[in-house]
Ligand binder design. Structure first.
Ligand code: DOR
Ligand code: ZN
Length: 335
C-alpha cells in the first residue's frame, strides 16, 4: 500500500468554537495537526489577553498534544500594557475583523486607519506581534477583497516591520500585493483551492460551501492553486474550517463557514498528488508557516497517510453538524 508521511502539519487559520461544538470538532484538528492558529470570534470575542489565555488553556486541557495559537481580537481598548502582558504570556497574534464583515465581527474595528488603531498597531509592531487580517470591505460581495487592497497597501507600507497575513486569500488580484511587500503573506484554504462559485450556486444551492470570503471564479481558483502547489514562499495552509450547526445553516439565512477539518489532510494529499506536487505539500502545510510565524517548540507529530479512501461520517452531534464531502478523497490518515 502506497503511503505518504507529513511532519508537524499546521493549520494557520481555524475556528474551534465553544462548549459541545468545541468538544465535537477539536479532535479532527488536534489529532493530526501539531498546532493551529485559533480564531477569536467567539460569541464573546477574545478581546482581552485574559479571555484569549483562558480559551487557550481550555483547548490545551482538552488536547494536551496540540498547540493552540489563539489570536487576540483586535480592538480599540487594547493598551500598551495589555499588549505587553499578552506578549509576555505567549500570545503573539492579533486578528483584525473589520466591523460587520463576517461572523461575530460586530465588535470588530470600524476604521483600522484611525489614529487610535494606528497607535495600537505601532505598539504591536514594536512588540513583535503578527497581524492576521480578514481582508474584506463591506461592499459588493465579489469585490470585497479587492476593495480592501488600499488598506493592505497602507498597513504594509506604514508598518514595514510588522508581519501581516492576508487570511484566506480568494482573489487572484491579491497575488500582486504579496509580490510587492516583503512583510505580507497569505493563508490559503482547501475549499478556495478546490472549488469555485459553481460549487456553491451553479446547481442546487450548497449552504455548506457558503463562506466569507465567497468562493470566486475558476481563474481565481487556478491562480491560488498554482501558488499552493509550488508552496510559494509567501503562502501557507490555513483551513478556515468554520463549523456551524444546522440550525444556523439551514434556515432562511445561512451562516458563513465551511466545516472542512475532517477532510483536510486527505483532501490536500489527494489534491497535491493529482497535480504531481506531493513533494511540495510538506512546505505548504508546515515549513513555510514555521518560517513566516517564527514558530518554535511545536509538539512533534509524524502523520502517515495511505492511498485508500477514508471513512468519514456524514454528520456529528446527532446530525446537527454536517461534514460536507466537497471533493474526492483518495488518501486516509493512518490511525
Ligand atoms: O466563512 C467564514 N466563517 N468566514 C469568516 O470569516 C468567519 C467564519 C466563521 O467564524 O464562521
Ligand atoms: Zn476564519
Amino acid at each position: 500500500m502506497q503511503t505518504f508521511t507529513l511532519h508537524n502539519p499546521l493549520d494557520m487559520h481555524l475556528h474551534l468554537r465553544e462548549g459541545d461544538l468545541l468538544k465535537a470538532v477539536l479532535p479532527f484538528s488536534a489529532t493530526p495537526f501539531s498546532a493551529a492558529v485559533v480564531m477569536p470570534n467567539l460569541s464573546t470575542p477574545l478581546s482581552t489577553p485574559a479571555l484569549a489565555l483562558a480559551y487557550q488553556a481550555q483547548i490545551t486541557a482538552l488536547a494536551p498534544h496540540f498547540k493552540p495559537l489563539v489570536a487576540l481580537y483586535l480592538n480599540e481598548e487594547l493598551s500598551k500594557e495589555s499588549l505587553q502582558s499578552a506578549k509576555e504570556q505567549g500570545l503573539f497574534l492579533l486578528k483584525l475583523y473589520p466591523k460587520n464583515a463576517t461572523t461575530n465581527s460586530a465588535q470588530g474595528v470600524s476604521d483600522i486607519l484611525s489614529p487610535k488603531m494606528l497607535e495600537i498597531l505601532d505598539i504591536a509592531q514594536d512588540l513583535g506581534f503578527i497581524l492576521c487580517v480578514h481582508a474584506e470591505s463591506v461592499g459588493f460581495v465579489l469585490e470585497r477583497e479587492f476593495e480592501f487592497h488600499p488598506v493592505i497597501h497602507t498597513l504594509a507600507k506604514t508598518f514595514n516591520k510588522l508581519t501581516i497575513i492576508l487570511e484566506h486569500m480568494s482573489d487572484r488580484r491579491s497575488v500582486a500585493l504579496l509580490e510587492q511587500y516583503p512583510n505580507l503573506y497569505a493563508t490559503l484554504t482547501l475549499h478556495h483551492l478546490t472549488l469555485n462559485l459553481d460549487a456553491l450556486a451553479g446547481g442546487m444551492l450548497s449552504p455548506h460551501l457558503f463562506c466569507k470570503p465567497l468562493l470566486k471564479t475558476p481563474k481565481d481558483q487556478v491562480t491560488l492553486l498554482e501558488l499552493a502547489l509550488k508552496a510559494h514562499k509567501k503562502v501557507c495552509f490555513g483551513s478556515d474550517s468554520a463549523p456551524h450547526l444546522l440550525a444556523t445553516k439551514h434556515t432562511c439565512t445561512c451562516a458563513a463557514g465551511v466545516f472542512s477539518a475532517p477532510l483536510l489532510l486527505s483532501g490536500l494529499c489527494t489534491l497535491f498528488e493529482k497535480h504531481n506536487a506531493l513533494e511540495h505539500l510538506q512546505d505548504f502545510i508546515s515549513t513555510n508557516a514555521v518560517r513566516i510565524y517564527r514558530l518554535t517548540d511545536l509538539p512533534a507529530k509524524t502523520i502517515t497517510l495511505q492511498r485508500t479512501p477514508p471513512n468519514l461520517p456524514n454528520a456529528l452531534l446527532d446530525g446537527q453538524l454536517i461534514i460536507p464531502h466537497f471533493m474526492p478523497l483518495e488518501w486516509s490518515v493512518l490511525k
